[in-house]
Design a protein around this ligand. Sequence first.
Ligand SMILES: [Zn+2]
Ligand SMILES: [Zn+2]
Length: 271
Amino acid sequence: MKARIWGCRGSLATPGEQTVRYGGNTTCLEVRAASGKVLVLDAGTGVRDLGRSLAGERIRELDLLLTHLHLDHIEGLGFLAALFDPDCTVRIYGPRPDGGSLADKIAGYLSPPYFPVPFEQFDASISFVELERDTWELDGLTITAAPVRHRGPTLAYRIAEGDRSLAFIPDNEPGLEPESGLELAAGADVLLHDAQYSDEEYAARVGWGHTGTSHLIRYLDDARPARAVMVHHDPAHDGETLETLLRKARDGSSCPVELGREGLVIDLPPS
Ligand SMILES: [Zn+2]
Ligand SMILES: [Zn+2]
């Protein structure tokens, strides 16, 4: 299995000189199985470029796993090329909303007045799968979804192929619930985890649903992934600020830690 980051900014797309080093597109991760199966995790603004790339490869079947419906995780969805291709099939998975259905929430967002094209006019064959705590098999992958601590219904995912595994937990607040998502993160080959705040920022934003550096360090010590990738970078954090946070995380954690950046490829060959 192979993964590629197409966006790892949190909250708001943040283009410009300040964010060139790690990227300004919001959250989107491509995972590709040995079978060729393509999963897309989250549909932030990064999904637009991913969609163009997949269209170029004539990939016509996509499984899109949304962690939740905050705009930074869906704002690229209306620009995903596959949705406008009648030959494409897109299955959209996401958490069961508190009220209404996942389909209604997505269709409402991708319709006037928020979006120019009514959802019924998208050309692809689109279906929805609501998840809570689920595990299923898909073309050689085992996918597990579980709720995590954030504002509103929110999932994280673990994707396993053979004995290799990747956990994706972009929005999580272990400061309020240290065990949140640990069932997915524990022992993963790679863990991509929320690293939005410095400790000072977190102290002013307790309950906003994200992770400060010291809580990240403690979380990594509990989860013990073989490799940790900091994601969901705050819009206010330029490259230098992110590298300062990275140094602190590396000093405190016994896990190898790195910063997520657009274009980062994570290779997990069969062991
Ligand atoms: Zn987010
Ligand atoms: Zn969120």
